[in-house]
Design a protein around this ligand. Structure first.
Ligand code: KIV
Ligand code: ZN
Length: 437
Protein backbone atom coordinates (compact mmCIF):
# COMPACT_ATOMS: atom_id res chain seq x y z
CA UNK A 1 0.00 0.00 0.00
CA UNK A 2 1.80 3.11 -1.19
CA UNK A 3 -0.70 5.64 0.11
CA UNK A 4 0.84 5.41 3.60
CA UNK A 5 4.45 5.48 4.71
CA UNK A 6 5.93 3.68 7.71
CA UNK A 7 6.71 5.64 10.83
CA UNK A 8 9.19 7.03 11.89
CA UNK A 9 9.99 9.35 9.00
CA UNK A 10 13.55 10.13 10.14
CA UNK A 11 16.42 7.94 11.28
CA UNK A 12 18.82 8.48 14.14
CA UNK A 13 22.27 9.69 13.11
CA UNK A 14 24.26 7.12 15.12
CA UNK A 15 22.37 3.85 14.73
CA UNK A 16 19.75 2.06 12.72
CA UNK A 17 16.35 2.87 14.15
CA UNK A 18 14.03 1.15 14.62
CA UNK A 19 15.94 -2.10 14.44
CA UNK A 20 12.79 -4.15 13.73
CA UNK A 21 9.54 -3.29 12.00
CA UNK A 22 6.46 -5.28 11.11
CA UNK A 23 6.70 -5.95 7.39
CA UNK A 24 3.82 -8.30 6.64
CA UNK A 25 0.50 -9.34 8.05
CA UNK A 26 0.36 -12.38 10.33
CA UNK A 27 -2.19 -15.15 9.94
CA UNK A 28 -5.29 -13.81 11.70
CA UNK A 29 -7.78 -15.90 13.62
CA UNK A 30 -11.03 -14.43 14.89
CA UNK A 31 -12.11 -15.78 18.27
CA UNK A 32 -15.21 -13.56 18.40
CA UNK A 33 -17.62 -16.45 18.30
CA UNK A 34 -15.87 -18.27 21.16
CA UNK A 35 -13.80 -16.11 23.53
CA UNK A 36 -15.83 -13.02 22.65
CA UNK A 37 -19.17 -14.76 22.83
CA UNK A 38 -18.47 -16.55 26.12
CA UNK A 39 -17.91 -13.16 27.76
CA UNK A 40 -21.29 -11.68 26.81
CA UNK A 41 -23.96 -11.19 29.45
CA UNK A 42 -26.38 -12.51 26.85
CA UNK A 43 -24.50 -14.80 24.43
CA UNK A 44 -25.39 -14.62 20.76
CA UNK A 45 -28.23 -16.77 19.43
CA UNK A 46 -27.53 -19.22 16.61
CA UNK A 47 -29.04 -16.73 14.14
CA UNK A 48 -26.79 -13.95 15.44
CA UNK A 49 -23.74 -16.21 15.32
CA UNK A 50 -24.56 -17.10 11.71
CA UNK A 51 -24.82 -13.43 10.79
CA UNK A 52 -21.58 -12.66 12.61
CA UNK A 53 -19.82 -15.53 10.88
CA UNK A 54 -20.94 -14.18 7.48
CA UNK A 55 -19.45 -10.82 8.34
CA UNK A 56 -16.14 -12.31 9.56
CA UNK A 57 -15.76 -14.52 6.49
CA UNK A 58 -17.27 -12.45 3.68
CA UNK A 59 -17.09 -8.78 4.68
CA UNK A 60 -13.76 -8.81 6.52
CA UNK A 61 -12.12 -11.85 4.98
CA UNK A 62 -10.92 -13.92 7.94
CA UNK A 63 -9.52 -17.26 6.79
CA UNK A 64 -9.48 -18.82 10.27
CA UNK A 65 -12.48 -18.48 12.57
CA UNK A 66 -12.92 -20.11 15.97
CA UNK A 67 -16.60 -20.92 15.86
CA UNK A 68 -17.08 -22.14 19.41
CA UNK A 69 -16.67 -24.86 21.96
CA UNK A 70 -19.05 -27.45 20.48
CA UNK A 71 -18.67 -29.97 23.28
CA UNK A 72 -19.62 -27.37 25.89
CA UNK A 73 -23.27 -26.82 24.99
CA UNK A 74 -25.99 -27.84 22.58
CA UNK A 75 -26.22 -24.36 21.07
CA UNK A 76 -22.49 -24.38 20.27
CA UNK A 77 -22.77 -27.85 18.79
CA UNK A 78 -25.83 -26.90 16.72
CA UNK A 79 -24.16 -23.76 15.40
CA UNK A 80 -21.18 -25.77 14.20
CA UNK A 81 -23.44 -28.32 12.55
CA UNK A 82 -25.50 -25.64 10.79
CA UNK A 83 -22.39 -24.01 9.36
CA UNK A 84 -21.35 -27.34 7.88
CA UNK A 85 -24.75 -28.80 6.94
CA UNK A 86 -25.91 -25.60 5.26
CA UNK A 87 -22.62 -25.18 3.36
CA UNK A 88 -21.96 -21.77 4.86
CA UNK A 89 -18.18 -22.09 5.15
CA UNK A 90 -16.23 -20.75 2.16
CA UNK A 91 -13.74 -23.26 0.74
CA UNK A 92 -10.76 -21.15 1.74
CA UNK A 93 -11.87 -20.69 5.36
CA UNK A 94 -10.93 -23.03 8.22
CA UNK A 95 -13.23 -23.31 11.20
CA UNK A 96 -11.57 -23.75 14.56
CA UNK A 97 -13.14 -25.58 17.50
CA UNK A 98 -11.94 -25.31 21.08
CA UNK A 99 -11.81 -28.40 23.26
CA UNK A 100 -10.41 -29.35 26.66
CA UNK A 101 -8.02 -32.29 26.83
CA UNK A 102 -10.76 -34.78 27.74
CA UNK A 103 -11.62 -37.83 25.67
CA UNK A 104 -15.41 -37.53 25.80
CA UNK A 105 -15.21 -33.86 24.79
CA UNK A 106 -12.86 -34.65 21.92
CA UNK A 107 -15.26 -37.34 20.69
CA UNK A 108 -18.20 -34.92 20.80
CA UNK A 109 -16.19 -32.22 19.00
CA UNK A 110 -15.28 -34.68 16.26
CA UNK A 111 -19.02 -35.26 15.73
CA UNK A 112 -19.52 -31.51 15.51
CA UNK A 113 -16.95 -31.05 12.73
CA UNK A 114 -17.80 -34.09 10.60
CA UNK A 115 -18.14 -33.08 6.95
CA UNK A 116 -16.19 -29.81 7.19
CA UNK A 117 -13.41 -29.23 4.67
CA UNK A 118 -10.83 -27.32 6.72
CA UNK A 119 -10.70 -27.62 10.50
CA UNK A 120 -8.32 -26.47 13.21
CA UNK A 121 -8.85 -28.58 16.31
CA UNK A 122 -7.82 -26.46 19.29
CA UNK A 123 -6.78 -28.41 22.38
CA UNK A 124 -5.83 -26.63 25.58
CA UNK A 125 -4.91 -27.27 29.17
CA UNK A 126 -3.62 -24.91 31.78
CA UNK A 127 0.05 -25.16 32.70
CA UNK A 128 1.04 -22.43 35.18
CA UNK A 129 2.26 -23.31 38.70
CA UNK A 130 -0.77 -21.65 40.30
CA UNK A 131 -3.18 -23.54 38.05
CA UNK A 132 -1.33 -26.78 38.82
CA UNK A 133 -1.58 -26.05 42.54
CA UNK A 134 -5.13 -24.67 42.91
CA UNK A 135 -7.06 -26.16 40.00
CA UNK A 136 -5.28 -29.46 39.47
CA UNK A 137 -4.76 -30.33 43.17
CA UNK A 138 -0.99 -29.94 43.20
CA UNK A 139 -0.52 -31.92 40.00
CA UNK A 140 3.11 -32.34 39.03
CA UNK A 141 4.59 -30.98 35.83
CA UNK A 142 4.67 -34.50 34.40
CA UNK A 143 1.00 -35.06 35.19
CA UNK A 144 0.04 -31.82 33.46
CA UNK A 145 2.22 -32.66 30.48
CA UNK A 146 0.55 -36.07 30.23
CA UNK A 147 -2.87 -34.44 29.97
CA UNK A 148 -1.74 -32.71 26.78
CA UNK A 149 0.09 -35.72 25.38
CA UNK A 150 -2.78 -38.15 25.96
CA UNK A 151 -5.35 -35.82 24.46
CA UNK A 152 -3.21 -35.25 21.37
CA UNK A 153 -2.72 -39.00 20.96
CA UNK A 154 -6.45 -39.64 21.38
CA UNK A 155 -7.33 -36.92 18.87
CA UNK A 156 -4.81 -38.14 16.33
CA UNK A 157 -6.18 -41.66 16.49
CA UNK A 158 -9.89 -40.79 16.51
CA UNK A 159 -9.69 -38.09 13.85
CA UNK A 160 -8.13 -40.55 11.43
CA UNK A 161 -11.41 -41.49 9.69
CA UNK A 162 -12.22 -37.82 9.10
CA UNK A 163 -8.79 -37.18 7.63
CA UNK A 164 -9.08 -40.32 5.50
CA UNK A 165 -12.41 -38.93 4.28
CA UNK A 166 -10.66 -35.80 2.98
CA UNK A 167 -10.77 -33.32 5.85
CA UNK A 168 -7.79 -30.97 6.16
CA UNK A 169 -7.26 -31.16 9.90
CA UNK A 170 -4.69 -29.13 11.79
CA UNK A 171 -3.90 -29.11 15.48
CA UNK A 172 -3.65 -26.01 17.60
CA UNK A 173 -2.33 -26.55 21.08
CA UNK A 174 -2.52 -23.90 23.81
CA UNK A 175 -0.72 -24.14 27.13
CA UNK A 176 -3.35 -21.92 28.77
CA UNK A 177 -1.83 -19.38 31.20
CA UNK A 178 1.39 -19.62 29.15
CA UNK A 179 2.66 -16.23 30.28
CA UNK A 180 2.47 -17.33 33.94
CA UNK A 181 4.15 -20.68 33.21
CA UNK A 182 7.86 -21.44 33.63
CA UNK A 183 9.24 -21.06 30.10
CA UNK A 184 11.18 -24.32 30.16
CA UNK A 185 8.03 -26.18 31.12
CA UNK A 186 5.87 -24.47 28.48
CA UNK A 187 8.51 -25.45 25.94
CA UNK A 188 8.62 -29.03 27.23
CA UNK A 189 4.84 -29.44 26.86
CA UNK A 190 4.76 -27.86 23.39
CA UNK A 191 7.61 -30.12 22.26
CA UNK A 192 5.88 -33.20 23.64
CA UNK A 193 2.62 -32.37 21.86
CA UNK A 194 4.54 -31.69 18.64
CA UNK A 195 6.27 -35.08 18.93
CA UNK A 196 2.95 -36.88 19.19
CA UNK A 197 1.22 -34.93 16.43
CA UNK A 198 4.10 -35.16 13.94
CA UNK A 199 3.47 -32.00 11.91
CA UNK A 200 4.67 -31.70 8.32
CA UNK A 201 5.70 -28.71 6.19
CA UNK A 202 2.25 -28.86 4.57
CA UNK A 203 0.42 -29.20 7.87
CA UNK A 204 2.27 -27.37 10.61
CA UNK A 205 1.24 -27.41 14.23
CA UNK A 206 -0.14 -24.18 15.68
CA UNK A 207 1.41 -23.47 19.07
CA UNK A 208 -0.75 -20.78 20.64
CA UNK A 209 0.90 -19.06 23.59
CA UNK A 210 -1.82 -17.21 25.49
CA UNK A 211 -1.52 -14.27 27.81
CA UNK A 212 -4.68 -15.63 29.41
CA UNK A 213 -4.45 -12.82 31.94
CA UNK A 214 -2.21 -9.90 31.07
CA UNK A 215 0.17 -9.51 34.03
CA UNK A 216 3.32 -8.08 32.45
CA UNK A 217 4.48 -5.18 30.35
CA UNK A 218 4.48 -5.80 26.57
CA UNK A 219 8.28 -6.13 26.39
CA UNK A 220 8.23 -9.01 28.90
CA UNK A 221 5.53 -10.76 26.86
CA UNK A 222 7.59 -10.22 23.71
CA UNK A 223 10.67 -11.69 25.42
CA UNK A 224 8.68 -14.78 26.39
CA UNK A 225 7.53 -15.25 22.79
CA UNK A 226 11.02 -14.66 21.43
CA UNK A 227 12.47 -17.23 23.83
CA UNK A 228 9.95 -19.83 22.64
CA UNK A 229 10.62 -19.02 18.98
CA UNK A 230 14.35 -19.51 19.56
CA UNK A 231 14.08 -22.74 21.52
CA UNK A 232 11.41 -24.75 19.72
CA UNK A 233 13.22 -27.64 18.07
CA UNK A 234 10.65 -27.91 15.29
CA UNK A 235 10.23 -24.18 14.76
CA UNK A 236 10.14 -24.85 11.03
CA UNK A 237 7.07 -27.04 11.49
CA UNK A 238 5.33 -24.73 13.99
CA UNK A 239 3.16 -21.68 13.64
CA UNK A 240 3.70 -19.56 16.75
CA UNK A 241 0.42 -17.91 17.64
CA UNK A 242 -0.43 -15.01 19.96
CA UNK A 243 -3.54 -14.74 22.10
CA UNK A 244 -3.35 -11.65 24.26
CA UNK A 245 -5.93 -10.35 26.68
CA UNK A 246 -6.10 -6.76 27.81
CA UNK A 247 -6.06 -6.67 31.62
CA UNK A 248 -3.45 -3.93 31.74
CA UNK A 249 -4.86 -2.19 28.68
CA UNK A 250 -1.80 -3.14 26.61
CA UNK A 251 -3.09 -6.08 24.57
CA UNK A 252 -2.46 -4.30 21.26
CA UNK A 253 1.07 -3.25 22.24
CA UNK A 254 1.81 -6.75 23.53
CA UNK A 255 0.74 -8.29 20.24
CA UNK A 256 2.68 -5.81 18.14
CA UNK A 257 5.88 -6.34 20.11
CA UNK A 258 5.44 -10.10 20.03
CA UNK A 259 5.09 -10.00 16.24
CA UNK A 260 8.39 -8.15 16.17
CA UNK A 261 9.73 -10.91 18.41
CA UNK A 262 8.96 -13.56 15.80
CA UNK A 263 5.35 -14.76 16.11
CA UNK A 264 3.43 -15.79 13.00
CA UNK A 265 -0.22 -15.69 13.92
CA UNK A 266 -2.64 -13.58 15.94
CA UNK A 267 -5.89 -14.47 17.65
CA UNK A 268 -8.29 -11.75 18.74
CA UNK A 269 -11.72 -10.23 18.39
CA UNK A 270 -13.42 -7.23 16.84
CA UNK A 271 -13.38 -4.24 19.17
CA UNK A 272 -11.56 -6.38 21.75
CA UNK A 273 -14.65 -8.17 23.01
CA UNK A 274 -13.76 -10.97 25.44
CA UNK A 275 -13.37 -12.02 29.04
CA UNK A 276 -12.91 -9.17 31.61
CA UNK A 277 -11.14 -6.29 29.81
CA UNK A 278 -11.34 -8.28 26.62
CA UNK A 279 -9.18 -10.02 24.04
CA UNK A 280 -6.82 -8.35 21.65
CA UNK A 281 -8.63 -5.92 19.35
CA UNK A 282 -7.70 -7.39 15.97
CA UNK A 283 -9.12 -4.44 14.02
CA UNK A 284 -6.81 -2.10 15.90
CA UNK A 285 -3.66 -4.08 15.08
CA UNK A 286 -4.70 -4.63 11.44
CA UNK A 287 -5.43 -0.96 10.83
CA UNK A 288 -2.25 0.11 12.61
CA UNK A 289 -0.44 -1.98 9.98
CA UNK A 290 -2.52 -0.51 7.20
CA UNK A 291 -1.66 3.04 8.26
CA UNK A 292 2.01 2.07 7.89
CA UNK A 293 1.54 0.85 4.35
CA UNK A 294 1.29 -2.87 5.12
CA UNK A 295 -1.62 -4.74 3.60
CA UNK A 296 -3.30 -6.40 6.59
CA UNK A 297 -5.24 -8.79 4.35
CA UNK A 298 -8.40 -7.98 6.28
CA UNK A 299 -10.96 -5.62 4.81
CA UNK A 300 -12.30 -2.88 7.08
CA UNK A 301 -13.49 -0.62 4.29
CA UNK A 302 -17.05 -0.92 5.58
CA UNK A 303 -16.25 -0.19 9.19
CA UNK A 304 -19.58 1.49 9.99
CA UNK A 305 -21.62 -1.53 8.97
CA UNK A 306 -19.18 -3.86 10.77
CA UNK A 307 -19.68 -1.80 13.89
CA UNK A 308 -23.46 -1.80 13.48
CA UNK A 309 -23.57 -5.61 13.13
CA UNK A 310 -21.21 -6.03 16.08
CA UNK A 311 -23.25 -3.76 18.36
CA UNK A 312 -26.54 -5.40 17.41
CA UNK A 313 -25.33 -9.00 17.78
CA UNK A 314 -23.27 -8.57 20.96
CA UNK A 315 -25.34 -5.83 22.61
CA UNK A 316 -22.03 -4.13 23.41
CA UNK A 317 -21.23 -0.51 22.56
CA UNK A 318 -18.17 0.72 20.72
CA UNK A 319 -16.75 3.68 22.64
CA UNK A 320 -16.73 7.00 20.78
CA UNK A 321 -12.95 7.18 20.95
CA UNK A 322 -12.26 3.65 19.79
CA UNK A 323 -9.31 3.89 17.36
CA UNK A 324 -10.59 3.89 13.76
CA UNK A 325 -14.23 2.96 14.46
CA UNK A 326 -15.30 5.37 17.22
CA UNK A 327 -17.85 8.07 16.52
CA UNK A 328 -15.41 10.87 17.30
CA UNK A 329 -12.10 9.71 15.87
CA UNK A 330 -12.35 11.68 12.64
CA UNK A 331 -13.54 14.90 14.20
CA UNK A 332 -11.43 17.90 15.04
CA UNK A 333 -12.76 20.35 17.61
CA UNK A 334 -9.75 22.60 17.95
CA UNK A 335 -9.40 25.47 15.51
CA UNK A 336 -5.68 25.00 15.00
CA UNK A 337 -6.22 21.31 14.18
CA UNK A 338 -8.96 22.19 11.71
CA UNK A 339 -6.73 24.69 10.00
CA UNK A 340 -3.83 22.23 9.79
CA UNK A 341 -6.08 19.49 8.40
CA UNK A 342 -7.39 21.82 5.74
CA UNK A 343 -3.89 22.88 4.69
CA UNK A 344 -2.57 19.32 4.48
CA UNK A 345 -5.49 17.69 2.63
CA UNK A 346 -4.29 15.64 -0.38
CA UNK A 347 -5.86 17.88 -3.03
CA UNK A 348 -3.46 20.59 -1.82
CA UNK A 349 -0.47 18.27 -2.37
CA UNK A 350 -1.17 15.99 -5.34
CA UNK A 351 1.07 12.97 -5.74
CA UNK A 352 2.20 12.79 -2.11
CA UNK A 353 1.37 9.83 0.12
CA UNK A 354 -1.30 10.45 2.78
CA UNK A 355 0.16 13.17 4.97
CA UNK A 356 -2.81 14.87 6.57
CA UNK A 357 -2.01 16.31 9.95
CA UNK A 358 -3.99 14.90 12.89
CA UNK A 359 -5.46 12.15 10.71
CA UNK A 360 -3.16 9.14 10.57
CA UNK A 361 -5.54 7.42 8.19
CA UNK A 362 -7.93 8.60 5.47
CA UNK A 363 -11.47 8.11 6.84
CA UNK A 364 -12.64 7.35 3.30
CA UNK A 365 -10.56 4.14 3.36
CA UNK A 366 -12.86 2.90 6.10
CA UNK A 367 -16.02 4.08 4.38
CA UNK A 368 -16.24 7.07 6.67
CA UNK A 369 -16.92 10.61 5.69
CA UNK A 370 -14.65 13.61 5.33
CA UNK A 371 -17.58 15.83 6.12
CA UNK A 372 -17.61 14.64 9.67
CA UNK A 373 -14.04 15.76 10.22
CA UNK A 374 -14.72 19.38 11.03
CA UNK A 375 -17.28 20.28 13.65
CA UNK A 376 -17.60 23.81 14.91
CA UNK A 377 -17.85 24.95 18.52
CA UNK A 378 -16.65 27.97 20.46
CA UNK A 379 -13.07 26.61 20.42
CA UNK A 380 -12.84 26.38 16.64
CA UNK A 381 -10.66 28.64 14.56
CA UNK A 382 -11.53 30.74 11.56
CA UNK A 383 -10.20 28.15 9.10
CA UNK A 384 -12.73 25.53 10.17
CA UNK A 385 -15.76 27.70 9.48
CA UNK A 386 -14.51 28.64 6.02
CA UNK A 387 -13.77 24.97 5.37
CA UNK A 388 -17.32 23.90 6.18
CA UNK A 389 -18.84 26.66 4.05
CA UNK A 390 -16.59 25.71 1.16
CA UNK A 391 -16.72 21.92 1.27
CA UNK A 392 -20.35 21.53 2.30
CA UNK A 393 -21.93 24.46 0.47
CA UNK A 394 -19.48 25.63 -2.19
CA UNK A 395 -18.86 29.14 -0.84
CA UNK A 396 -15.29 30.11 -1.65
CA UNK A 397 -14.72 32.94 0.77
CA UNK A 398 -11.90 35.43 0.33
CA UNK A 399 -9.21 34.89 2.96
CA UNK A 400 -9.78 38.40 4.32
CA UNK A 401 -13.29 37.40 5.40
CA UNK A 402 -12.23 34.24 7.32
CA UNK A 403 -11.49 36.06 10.58
CA UNK A 404 -14.77 37.96 10.67
CA UNK A 405 -16.88 34.92 9.83
CA UNK A 406 -14.96 32.80 12.32
CA UNK A 407 -15.75 35.33 15.04
CA UNK A 408 -19.42 35.47 14.08
CA UNK A 409 -19.78 31.70 14.36
CA UNK A 410 -17.71 31.42 17.54
CA UNK A 411 -19.92 34.04 19.22
CA UNK A 412 -23.05 32.10 18.30
CA UNK A 413 -21.50 28.82 19.49
CA UNK A 414 -20.43 30.54 22.73
CA UNK A 415 -23.92 31.86 23.37
CA UNK A 416 -25.47 28.52 22.56
CA UNK A 417 -22.92 26.57 24.59
CA UNK A 418 -22.80 23.65 22.14
CA UNK A 419 -21.20 22.89 18.81
CA UNK A 420 -22.92 24.10 15.65
CA UNK A 421 -23.98 21.82 12.84
CA UNK A 422 -23.01 22.71 9.25
CA UNK A 423 -26.67 23.71 8.66
CA UNK A 424 -26.57 26.17 11.58
CA UNK A 425 -23.31 27.62 10.28
CA UNK A 426 -24.83 28.10 6.84
CA UNK A 427 -27.93 29.74 8.30
CA UNK A 428 -25.85 32.14 10.41
CA UNK A 429 -23.63 32.98 7.44
CA UNK A 430 -26.53 33.61 5.08
CA UNK A 431 -28.45 35.65 7.69
CA UNK A 432 -25.46 37.87 8.21
CA UNK A 433 -24.16 38.31 4.68
CA UNK A 434 -26.83 37.46 2.15
CA UNK A 435 -29.88 39.12 3.70
CA UNK A 436 -28.27 42.37 4.70
CA UNK A 437 -30.20 44.74 2.50
O1 KIV B 1 -7.18 -16.93 27.11
C1 KIV B 1 -6.92 -18.13 26.94
O2 KIV B 1 -5.95 -18.68 27.45
C2 KIV B 1 -7.83 -18.89 26.09
C3 KIV B 1 -7.40 -20.27 25.74
C4 KIV B 1 -8.52 -21.22 25.75
C5 KIV B 1 -6.65 -20.25 24.47
O3 KIV B 1 -8.83 -18.39 25.65
ZN1 ZN C 1 -8.65 -16.15 25.76
Amino acid sequence: ITKYVPFPPVSLPDRQWPNRTITRAPVWCSVDLRDGNQALAQPMSVAEKLEFFEMLAHTIGFKEIEVGFPSASQIEFDFCRRLIDENRIPDDVAIQVLCQCREELITRSLEAIRGAKNVIFHLYNSTSPKQREYVFNNASRDQVKSIAINATRFLKQHAQPLVAGGMNLSLEYSPESFTSTELDFALEVCEAVTDVWQPTPENKIILNLPATVEYATPNVHADQIEWMCRHLTRRDLSIVSLHTHNDRGTGVAATELALLAGADRVEGTLFGNGERTGNLDIMNVALNMYSHGIDPRLDFSRINSIRETYERCTRMEVPPRHPYAGELVFTAFSGSHQDAIKKSMPHQHPGKPWDVLYLPIDPADLGRNYKAIIRINSQSGKGGVAYVLETDYGYQLPKLMHKEIGKLINDIADAKGTELSPEEILAAFEDEYLKRD
